[in-house]
Design a protein around this ligand. Sequence first.
Ligand SMILES: [Zn+2]
Length: 326
Amino acid sequence: MQSELSIRLNDEGYKNWIKAGFCLQKIRDCLLGFVNTEMEKFHHFLLQTNSLLGQEICKNFCRPQGTKFQRACFLCEEWKKEILNHHTNQNNVIYWGNCSPQLWPNCAWEVAKVYMPRGQANRQGPEKSDAAALLNLINSCDQFNFVERQKVIEIIKCRNDLMHSVEMRVSAEWLDNCRKKILVLLQEFQHVPEAKAANKIIQEIVSSDWRVQITATDEVDALKFTDEEINAGQIFNAELELIREWVEELGFTVEEQEALHLQHLNSLNTFKEFLKQNNELKSVLHKEIEQLHTLEKKLKSGKRTVKDQDGEESNLEENEDIKTSS
Ligand SMILES: [Zn+2]
């Protein structure tokens, strides 16, 4: 087991991938409190602006689905209108299905979820959000108009690169670029003490050259950092979180597309191979392995076709690589 861990965490490209994920998680951690407070203010502002909003709670069990919110009652229509009024790009796809309209009058975060990407429905509060959710909220809600939007968009792009990395690896050059963009973004939040503090940690993580060492007692030694030691547990947690997000994102992408792209097929196979080589992760990634199997089953039973980059199609059933294996 230890040798698997040591090979994995000492692989340069994979290490860069984890480091970037760690940095994004730091952005989330340092902005969470601030963003939550801003959303409380925003919610209060909406209730003040439109007196209808605070009077009642939807009793029609209105339920938006995915990007659609049809047959909204009068009250929900008012909420929709106000929420959209404060969207910075109303032509964007809006994931209404993220929220329960019944909670809008009393829960600021439920309103915030309208400005976030898909997949937020079961996340009840800010502490359950990932960096992508927070960054998209900042980008899409005009409560954050003081932030230069392009700087946020750059980090959203970095995050997407990370999630769509078929090999779960990035180059040192990419990582350094991402680091620079993160620091530029954090400049916008220098009035937030946690964001100021995050600068230093992010610099340290990116520039560190950690090695996982196995001690004589078979325990994983602390990862060695240039300035300080961050224990292996922290890195391991960041790693798990990133892998979970990566699998979830793959699921969403496949779900949304009519044709399965070769790239996603490769991602699926990378993950299977990755688990084969890192047996100890299987015990902690139950849910993700389950998701993987569901995804594979769906792909096998569906009439989906595989498209390569040139748009050439081939029948999925003929592709041996996709067959389920444990
Ligand atoms: Zn309603």
